[in-house]
Design a protein around this ligand. Structure first.
Ligand SMILES: [Zn+2]
Length: 497
């Protein structure tokens, strides 16, 4: 049995969920659902990064305890599970999940035992937004963080450092050999260039004073707290049981396939720091890291300060989760950022869902009722004019499989709309209403049977992408040869506003 783990990054909870989070969650959900459909054992894992310094500052600003602040923030992300039809198998909160801290401590101890952690006095420019130090050369001409547009602060303290430099050759070999696959290829090249430019050790702890005592203390050094990225990355292994449930951890992490889905802003942490930490601890590295681009709103990068963060739960409530999922899957590009607007979402949903797939299902169900009293006919008549439609139906599964293997979500959903296109063309070409008028019952039976089979195919192929809609289509097209339910539009026609 193939065991397949697919994860999202865990977001900081000090901000509200925005449409960019929805992209990553939906892409990951599709991979999970597709693999389940293939009969694989799947763990779809998400969660929240509660131990960031930013949360401490956010709680201070809000005048509540850090624990209360992060619980409130985390619940907004967990609630996306229902709002976006996500099939989470596991959702880990790094501050409160009892599995997390023992695993982080064990990971730290394993790296320390390897001799990869050492103390050193340090000063550097720190962006709290990114939770990382920057070289001056990495900042904008004005000395600002490119991600946040803010000036990093100068920090001086004694920290624990991780010997990242010691892993340079192993990391290059991992990526070059493809044992760590990074998609798309442009991101793989970016990682290789960074690896070859030379790796500096990174600071893996913070003073308790600066962290305000929030986070996991360094084992044996209570004056230091483990760096939030070391802590957060560990979620990928603490959830399946590293440090608490060795048998389950072996089954899922060591013995299974490991796939991370992340945004382009955090590649270095996932494709460089994280595999190095795992190598140091003697653990398996990820098999694949898929890097998605950003969703912008009105042409601007989403940020709290810009006030342009569209709330995915609100969008889904207004237009339906199908419409939002469909837009994210069918329009977000594999390279370059994609701009979200309500009009684009509405147009895409009306064109592909209401006018194409929905129309085909609806006219099929309506004709079965009008001409056959709701009972799906059986037929042994060969319809030669159905061959183009048959071909599209027969190849959809392989196309979807290839596309998802390449993380090309747009190509995958196009294979579903292609069935709708071919089905609607078939209806226009054979004109079942003419067959009915002319009393050509044998051929009408054959055409109607063909259309119902097409609707059932659509339901199957659509299921990983739009699970709720796929179920409605399956019901409309009848799972058995009992009379079909009264036809009802599967997709509403949406209006932007
Ligand atoms: Zn930053």
């Amino acid at each position: 049995m193939t065991r397949y783990t697919v994860t999202t990054a865990i977001p900081y909870v000090n901000g509200r969920p925005h449409v960019g989070h929805a992209l990553e969650l939906v892409q990951t959900d599709v991979l999970a659902r597709y693999h389940r459909q293939r009969g694989h054992a799947v763990r779809f894992q998400s969660g929240t990064d509660d131990n960031a310094l930013k949360n401490v500052q956010g709680a201070e600003a809000a005048g509540v305890s850090v624990a209360e602040f992060v619980a409130r923030g985390a619940s907004r992300f967990a609630a996306l599970g229902t709002a976006l039809d996500l099939s989470f198998d596991d959702f880990i909160r790094t501050s409160s999940d009892p599995r997390h801290r023992p695993g982080v401590e064990q990971l730290w101890a394993a790296c320390a035992a390897r001799g990869d952690l050492y103390r050193k006095a340090y000063s550097g420019l720190y962006c709290v937004g990114c939770e990382r130090f920057y070289d001056r050369s990495e900042l904008t001409a004005d000395g600002l963080c490119d991600e946040h547009g803010t000036a990093p602060e100068l920090i001086e303290e004694e920290n624990w450092f991780f010997r990242l430099g010691a892993y340079q050759d192993q990391l290059v070999e991992l990526v070059e050999s493809g044992r760590l696959r990074i998609e798309p290829a442009s991101r793989r090249r970016e990682v290789l260039a960074f690896l070859r430019s030379g790796l500096e050790d990174f600071s893996a702890s913070r003073s308790v004073a600066r962290a305000r005592g929030w986070g996991v203390p360094v084992p044996g050094d209570p004056g230091q707290v483990i760096y939030v990225w070391f802590d957060a990355l560990a979620n990928y292994i603490t959830a399946p049981g590293y440090g608490t449930d060795p048998a389950q951890f072996d089954q899922w992490w060591t013995g299974g396939e490991r796939v991370h889905v992340i945004g382009k802003g955090i590649i270095r942490f996932h494709a460089v720091y994280w595999p190095a930490i795992l190598l140091s601890a003697g653990l398996s590295t990820p098999d694949t890291i898929f890097v998605h681009e950003y969703v912008t709103v009105d042409g601007a990068k989403i940020s709290k300060t810009a006030g342009n963060a569209e709330d995915p739960a609100e969008i889904a409530q207004r237009y339906g989760s199908d419409a939002l999922r469909w837009w994210l899957l069918s329009e977000v590009a594999g390279s370059g950022d994609t701009d979200f607007t309500h009009a684009r979402l509405v147009n895409r949903a009306n064109e592909d869902l209401a006018n194409n797939l929905g129309n085909l299902v609806n006219r099929t169900a309506s004709m079965i009722h009008r001409y056959r009293g709701g009972v799906v006919p059986t037929s042994t008549v060969e319809c030669l004019d159905a061959l183009p439609l048959r071909k599209v139906r027969a190849t959809a599964g392989a196309t979807i499989g290839d596309a998802l293997e390449a993380f090309d979500f747009r190509r995958a959903v196009e294979a579903v709309t292609a069935i709708g296109d071919a089905g609607n063309r078939y209806v226009e070409a054979v004109k079942p209403w003419h067959l009915a008028r002319n009393g050509d019952d044998e051929r009408l039976d054959a055409v109607l049977a063909e259309l119902v089979a097409t609707g059932r195919d659509i339901a199957v192929h659509l299921a990983p992408f739009l699970p709720a809609a796929a179920e409605r289509i399956a019901i409309q097209c009848g799972q058995s040869f009992d009379p079909l339910p009264e036809p009802r539009p599967v997709f509403p026609r949406l209006q932007a506003g």
